[in-house]
Design a protein around this ligand. Structure first.
Ligand SMILES: Cc1ncc(COP(=O)(O)O)c(C=O)c1O
Length: 403
C-alpha cells in the first residue's frame, strides 16, 4: 500500500521537562525517585472481560515468562524473570493487546452495545452492515500502528497509520504489510499524534494509545487491554516480583502495570515499579516531577524507537504518579549492551524490547546508593518487543536475528 511523506506543519514549541535528577556525568543514567506514590483505589484494577476478549482472538496464546539466571548473576539480583512479548498474536510486540480491545470497544460504542459474535468475521459483518466503511487511524512509532493495522485487516476495515519522519524502513514496511496506508509526518511522534487527532470524523475512527483533553476513552481501553500481560504473569510467576521494570513511551503500558500490580496497596506494600525512558525523551519522569504533562522537545532520536515520545499521556499520568516508585533515563549505549546481553541469553529482541534490562543495569550500576535493589530481589522485566529492525539488530549484535 501507499507510503506517503506528508509536508505538514511541525509541532509547536515545547517546554522542557527540566527533571531534577541526580547529578551525573554525561554517560550516567538519570534517576528520579518519586515521592508521590499513594494508594490507587482497588476499582482501578481492570476486570476479567479484557482477557476473556483476547482469548477469543485468532492466534491468542500466553507469552512465555522466562527465568534468566545469567542476567540475575550479571546484575547481582536474586532472580530475573522476563515476560517475553517478542511475539504476541503473530506480531513482534505486545501492542495488539491494547489495539484490539480499544478497537473493539470503539466499535461497540458506535454500535450502541456489544453485538453477538463467534468469530471476527461475524463481527466484521455486523460492523460492515451497521456502520458502513470505516477507516482506523492512529499515530505510531511502529508497534501500536502495526497492531491497529492488523485489527483493521481482520475486521475488513481500511487503515491509515501516521509515523514520524526517521521511522526505520523495516517498521514502515511492517505496517504496510498489514494492508494499511502509511503517511510519514514531518517532525516527531507527537506531531504525528496531532495530525491523527485532526482526522477524526464519521468515517475515520482514531484509535490512539495516548490521550489529550477530550480524547480519553480509546486510550483508556488501550491501557486496559494490556491487563492481559499481568493476568498471565500472575498465573506464571513462581512468587510475586519485588521489582518490576517497565519501558515507558506515553505511559499507557505503565498505567496498566500500576493498575494491575499496585491497586489497593499502600506505598510500603507490593512491588516497586520502575519506569525506563530514553534520556532524550523522558517525558513521563518530567511530567511526574512537574505534576502535569510537559513537552520534552524533540528531535527524539533514541534507538528505543517505541519510547521516543515527548508528551506523556494525560490519562496515564495520575496512575503513573501514584504507582511508580522511580524512573530511570538511559542512553542508547546502555540499550545496545542490553540487546547484546539478551541475545547472549538466547532472546533476540528489538531496542525498545531491551529497555527494561537497560533500566535494571542502570539502577544497579549507577544508583545503588539512592535506590538499592536488594541482592535477593526477584525482578520482572517487561521485554516488550521482538526484532522490528533486523538491520539495526545486526549492527548492535554483529549477527542477524535468529528466526
Ligand atoms: C515495544 C514497546 N514497548 C513499550 C512501549 C511503551 O508503551 P507506552 O507508549 O504505552 O508507554 C512501546 C510504545 O510504542 C513499544 O512499542
Amino acid at each position: 500500500m501507499a507510503v506517503t511523506v506528508r509536508t505538514g506543519r511541525r509541532g509547536g514549541e515545547g517546554i522542557s521537562g527540566g527533571c531534577r535528577h541526580a547529578a551525573m556525568s554525561p554517560a550516567r543514567s538519570r534517576l528520579l525517585v518519586n515521592h508521590h506514590v499513594s494508594v490507587l483505589p482497588e476499582e482501578a484494577r481492570p476486570g476479567p472481560a479484557v482477557t476473556a476478549f483476547h482469548r477469543r482472538l485468532p492466534g491468542y496464546a500466553v507469552t512465555p515468562l522466562r527465568d534468566l539466571p545469567e542476567l540475575a548473576a550479571a546484575t547481582g539480583v536474586g532472580r530475573v524473570l522476563v515476560k517475553d512479548e517478542s511475539s504476541r498474536m503473530g506480531l513482534p510486540a505486545f501492542k495488539i493487546l491494547g489495539a484490539s480491545w480499544a478497537t473493539y470497544r470503539v466499535l461497540c460504542e458506535r454500535l450502541g452495545g456489544e453485538p453477538a459474535w463467534e468469530t471476527l468475521d461475524d463481527l466484521a459483518a455486523v460492523v460492515a452492515e451497521r456502520l458502513g466503511p470505516l477507516r482506523l487511524v492512529t499515530a505510531t512509532d511502529g508497534n501500536h500502528g502495526r497492531a491497529v493495522a492488523r485489527m483493521a485487516r481482520l475486521l475488513g476495515l481500511d487503515a491509515l497509520i501516521l509515523v514520524p519522519e526517521g521511522t526505520a524502513e523495516a517498521r514502515i514496511e511492517g505496517i504496510a504489510s498489514e494492508g494499511a496506508a502509511v503517511d510519514v509526518v514531518p517532525g516527531t511522534y507527537d506531531d504525528a499524534v496531532r495530525v491523527a487527532a485532526e482526522l477524526a470524523g464519521e468515517r475515520d475512527v482514531v484509535v490512539s494509545d495516548t490521550s489529550w483533553p477530550g480524547y480519553e476513552d480509546p486510550p483508556r481501553w488501550v491501557a486496559e487491554g494490556y491487563a492481559t500481560i499481568f493476568a498471565e504473569v500472575e498465573d506464571q510467576a513462581p512468587a510475586p516480583p519485588d521489582v518490576v521494570v517497565v519501558p515507558l513511551g506515553v505511559g499507557a503500558l505503565g498505567a496498566a502495570a500500576g493498575a494491575c500490580l499496585r491497586a489497593g496497596l499502600s506505598p510500603a506494600e507490593g512491588p516497586l515499579l520502575v519506569g525506563v525512558e530514553p534520556e532524550s525523551a523522558a517525558c513521563v519522569a518530567a511530567a511526574v516531577e512537574a505534576g502535569h504533562v510537559v513537552e520534552v522537545p524533540g528531535p527524539h532520536r533514541s534507538i528505543m524507537a517505541g519510547l521516543n515520545c515527548g508528551l506523556a499521556s494525560l490519562l496515564a499520568l495520575p496512575t503513573l504518579t501514584a504507582t511508580f516508585g522511580a524512573f530511570v533515563a538511559v542512553d542508547d549505549d546502555r540499550c545496545r549492551a542490553a540487546v547484546r546481553a539478551l541475545a547472549s541469553a538466547g532472546l533476540d529482541v528489538g531496542e525498545t524490547g531491551a529497555a527494561a534490562l537497560a533500566g535494571l543495569t542502570a539502577l544497579v550500576e549507577d544508583h545503588r546508593d539512592e535506590l538499592p535493589v536488594p541482592g535477593r530481589a526477584t525482578v520482572l522485566l517487561l521485554v516488550t518487543e521482538g526484532v522490528t529492525d533486523p538491520a539495526g539488530f545486526e549492527r548492535i549484535v554483529g549477527r542477524p536475528p535468529r528466526r
